[in-house]
Design a protein around this ligand. Sequence first.
Ligand code: UGY
Ligand code: MN
Length: 248
Amino acid sequence: MQPLLGQTRSAVTERYALLTPDSLVRAAHPAWPGATCCVLIGPPLGARFVMLLVELDPDGLGQRTHHDDEVLLFVRSGSVEVALDDRVVALETGGFLYLPPQQDYRVTTELAAGLLLFQRRYHPLAGVALPALVMGHVHEVADEAFLGDEGLLLKTLLPATPAFDLAVNVFTFQPGATLPLVETHVMEHGLLMLEGQGIYRLGNEWYPVQAGDCIWMGPFCPQWFAALGKQPARYIYYKDVQREPWSC
Ligand code: UGY
Ligand code: MN
């Protein structure tokens, strides 16, 4: 059946946004020549970070354009090679790489790859050294029960040390599991649904969401999630951490 013209589940407000795949518009990006990109979240929306979708084929590549930025690169599909100063690392689907500020890199693929990037200006802390590069795969990161609930499993991809001013986590909800409270907090989120479906409360509205949907939650946006259906729901999300609220 033809989709109903003039309709979308996407919703953009001052405090949050839900962006569904049907309404995304791709464009060229200066850091990714030859690739197809879509800025899902960024400062024009009110956010203090960027969440970027990249579709990379063998003609495209990715490289640093701002030396003060930090980048978390997550491979959604396919595989990439990342050339660093002294070595080349390979990342398969589910692999991730944290690139600290100043770290040069060049991302290429042999066939094709779908990438998700979280990117922001790094906020140094006096007396704390820059964070180190981190590389891993989601399957290697332990699941921890969130607030003691075995129906809510959280993988924390980056070390929770003061050097890191961002966290990127993968959250899996068993069918019927819910966040235990309607959270309202100073940290922002950028979220991509990886699997399954559910209901996301954003502000005072409740939105059905599914794999492929993106959500921006600004500071203090009331938020709550319940997984629905027969399969677990899983999302990857960003949050700012370990800094004074005025320095973000
Ligand atoms: O880390 C978090 O704040 C997380 N519990 N929030 C969320 O999943 N919306
Ligand atoms: Mn939260």
